[in-house]
Every structure is written in C-alpha cells, then in structure tokens.
Design a protein around this ligand. Sequence first.
Ligand code: NAD
Ligand code: WQD
Length: 335
Amino acid sequence: MEILVTGGAGYIGSHTCLELLREGYDVVVIDNLSNSHKIALDRVEKLAEKTITFYEADVMDKAALENIFTNHHIQAVIHFAGLKAVGESVEKPLSYYKNNLISSLVLFEVMQQYAVKKLVFSSSATVYGVPENTPITEEAPRATTNPYGATKLIIEQMLEDIAASDSSWQISLLRYFNPIGADISGLIGEDPNGIPNNLMPYITQVAAGRLEEVNVYGQDYETHDGTGIRDYIHVVDLAKGHLKALQYSYYGVEAFNLGTGIGSSVLDVISTFEKATGTQIKHKIVNRRPGDVAKCYADSSKAQKLLGWTAEKTLYNMCKDSWEWQSRNPNGYLK
Ligand code: NAD
Ligand code: WQD
C-alpha cells in the first residue's frame, strides 16, 4: 500500500516514515526541505533497510503533486508539511497563511481529482487556545491565539466542509500535544534552526553545552510547583498513532487528541532529564512567556477507544531518547 507523506523529512514525518516502512507500507515523500534535511530520510532508509521515493518539491506546486499521483498508486495521504513556529507566525503571518493554507488547498484538490480520499492531518492542541478545562477532550471549544493556530483551525474547518460535501472521504484530524523524544537509535530527531523555542530541545542544547542555562518561564502558575504543565508525548508513540489512524475504517471526519493524559511541569521535565541522563541542567526562573497557559493536557480516551492507540513511553524514556539523539548529533544533521 503506497502512502504519500507530505513534510516527511521533518521531525514527526521522519519518525512516521520509519514506522510505516517497518509495518510494510510503501512510502512516497514530498518535502521542500525548508525546515529539514534529506539526510533524515537516508537514515530512515538505513534503519528500516527499505527505500523511500523522495520528491523535493513544494506542496503548493500542483503540477508536482499531479506528477506524484500519476506515477504512484497512492491510497492515503499523511499531511505534515507546514510551518510550525508560533512566535514566527506572529511576525510573519502572511508566510504562514500562504504556506499552510495554499499547500493544504492544493493537496486536497489533487486528492479529489485522483479520488484519493483517505487523509491523516497533523493538527495541534493549539486549536484549543486557552483551555477552559483539563484534561482537554475533542469536544472542547476551538479558538486560536496566533496565526499558526489559525491555520490549523482553518484547515480543520476546510476538511470538515469537504467531508460534509462528499461522504466518501475518510479524514483524521490528529491533535498533537507536546511531541519530544527521538527514535531509540539516536539517528533521527528534532533539529531546530537557531535557538530553540521549545523546552526539550532547549534542555538538550544546555546539556550539550551549546546553551548556558534554561530560562524557566514563570513559577507563579497554579500548578504543583508553580511552573507550566504540558502533556509531553514520545514522537515514536505519536508516529504509531498515524498508523492506527490509517488503519481505522470509517467515513467522515474524526478528531483525536494524541497525548499521554499526564501533565508534567517544567521542573518535572528538568529533574527527569537529569535522572535519565546523569547530566545537570542549569536553570533559572524568569518571567512568564506571553501567551503561555498554566496547564494543557489531553484526554486521549477517544483515540484509545476508536483507534486502539495509547501512548506507551514515559517521560523518562522521552528524556533519555532526546538526549541520545542530541549527544550523538551535537549540532544536528548537517553541521
Ligand atoms: P518540521 O518542520 O520538522 O516538519 C515539517 C516539514 O514540512 C519540514 O520537513 C518542511 O521542510 C516541510 N514543509 C513545510 N512547508 C512545506 C511545503 N509548502 N511544501 C513541502 N514541504 C514543506 O515539523 P514537525 O515538528 O515535524 O511538525 C509536523 C507537523 O505537525 C506540522 O504540520 C506541525 O504544525 C504539526 N505539529 C507539530 C507539533 C510540534 O510540536 N512539533 C505539535 C503539533 C502539531
Ligand atoms: C513547554 C513549557 C513553557 C521553553 C508549543 C506550541 C504548540 C505545539 C507544541 C505546534 C511551557 C516552558 C519553554 C523554555 C520554558 N506546537 N518553557 N523555557 O508552548 O506548550 O507548545 O509547541 O503545534 O502549538 O505552542 O511548548 O516546549 O515551547 O513549552 O520554561 O525555554 O515549557 O513556558 O510551560 P508549548 P514549549
């Protein structure tokens, strides 16, 4: 079964390609490498001992997509391609609206044209905005606080309208919580450009000596130790969730939260990282980061019930595997 993976060279995409190959799927990737390196896919091929068909192209390029759908018997699409940095989206909203919305629009048009109507879409817990209650269920109201989140919300709405207009579509909206970790081999992982915005790559770069200390954004939240709580999920568990969504037989559109259901504070993550890796993470408390919420964690019981999926790896595993990747590749893929 041939699966098209958009953005397959990226962090979550590369881990999902590996799981797909291991489960016997044929994988075709389209990626413009705007935030990734081809070497990630070379390493996936090495780990799986199988090959990937790679197209270096932009998903906004309709002719490139038509060429792929003509040359392959694509049966389903996993759509990761997109820009994902919240802060950058506030500075460059037009780039985010253009890249994320136009690429999705063109992809869905070409899928319709070739009657390929099974889609797994990378959505995000960001569609819940500031959650009223935790744990968050899929029925929680959707709202956005930044242009990146707005693109996810608009694409979800686009897909709901497509499914309403044509009942032969099968669409999963996977709302990821906070993906961290790496394949246990340490050969593939997250390789952010510049200084990381997210907590785990920041911690691993402090551990590697690339950064001085972690700034803990606020210790005055209403949480057990005053620091922000999130639902960190191992990227390999997340990747496996995509396979479950592909195998799920239904018509229409369904949203699924992919998280562990366990909330961990910033200080929990730092202390677990220290235990898992034997390193010391220098850190200091600074002001809250604007836009952050106190608590965000998932109720993932719908994914368990309908997809038969649950996250298996612990925060300890996530820290250990993140560090394995960072310590084997101190400067990321190419440097
Ligand atoms: P990533 O940046 O590592 O991967 C995205 C990939 O898409 C990159 O390889 C990039 O080169 C490619 N790409 C971007 N625009 C493209 C275009 N127009 N045409 C072709 N390729 C294009 O990001 P990731 O962390 O792997 O995230 C994958 C998806 O999951 C994204 O849609 C992101 O919004 C979503 N998501 C990520 C997180 C997270 O914390 N990492 C959380 C929730 C949702
Ligand atoms: C986690 C916690 C910070 C960095 C973001 C996006 C979200 C989704 C996942 C795409 C918070 C604290 C962080 C640091 C810190 N991405 N922190 N010092 O903000 O929960 O989610 O990534 O869809 O949309 O918003 O993740 O890793 O940035 O922060 O204290 O240097 O760590 O305040 O409590 P976040 P994060």
